[in-house]
Design a protein around this ligand. Sequence first.
Ligand code: NAI
Length: 331
Amino acid sequence: MKTAVFSAKAYDAESLDEAADGRHNFTYFDVHLTAATARLAEGFEAVCAFVNDTLDAEVLGQLKAGGTTLVALRATGFNNVDVAAVRATGMTVTRVPAYSPYAVAEHALTLMLSVNRHIPRAYQRVRDGNFSLAGLLGFDVHNKTVAVVGTGRIGAVMVRLLKGFGCEVLAYDVRHNPACEADGATYVDLPEIFGRADVISLHCPLMPETWHLINAESIASMKQGVVIINTSRGALVDTQAAIDGLKSGRIGALGLDVYEEEASLFFEDLSDTVIGDDTFSRLLTFPNVLITGHQAFFTREALAEIAATTISTLDAWDAGRPLPPEVVIVG
Ligand code: NAI
């Protein structure tokens, strides 16, 4: 089947080609899928898209007019998909419901530990022959109260990892996960999370109910010096409110793998250009902020699993077989 792959990097091509084993005809476009680029997909029955590709009514309409019937997201989150617009077109949109929850949870933990123990600053200092410890003071994670917001696949792994560190784990989710309770997490409501947690790690999807979950009001109700970790989706955090919280000291440290305006920044080498996003640039000035560019998913195991699920979706579509319900977002 002819498939146009958007936001495609060399590692995407490598993993998809290997999993496809010659069964599919991929054309790789390194640009994002937008209203301006959608015509590249003309004549392609399937489109494979990623987290910062746009799948709104305009783009979906263009894809449909060009003959596309299937959009296979190579991601779990689908906040970039206008679900009502997909329904209106009659197209099918799928995702990779799970690949490696370990990849993302381990990265969240890495951000938490690194920002707490100032690893990036320590690395730079030692390379510069500066062995002073001033400003590198951290805290024991053992016995701290850590909150996991969203206890699905990734959050559940995070709960287990944190229990291994000897933390008291608080959890919040609209649905309780019995596995997390069995692992020792205690479900409480959000105000209690905000009032008691030393660290808050976000693992819920971005949706209208969770947009700017971390905002000026919720930050004001948090413990002084709280550490916030976001590996889920950028817009769970109101960035300006987080900057104000960092300036006042209410937020003691911030670890981000995602940013609400990341689409124009992440996954590209912009080291030769001037970053025009002043909010992002302000975040980079804080010594207690650690940002990675949406790399939490980026492990060999996760890439292989994303490719395998995507190929099995394309195989089923090509053969006219029903798609597994867990991969179908709309269709
Ligand atoms: P999942 O679907 O297994 O779990 C999500 C959990 O969030 C569910 O338990 C659900 O009940 C809960 N939830 C729904 N609405 C909620 C609300 N209003 N408040 C609190 N919890 C709520 O998803 P999974 O695989 O654990 O992924 C979670 C998120 O991680 C994805 O939506 C995606 O945005 C993000 N992600 C980030 C990656 C990265 O590379 N940074 C890679 C993969 C996923």
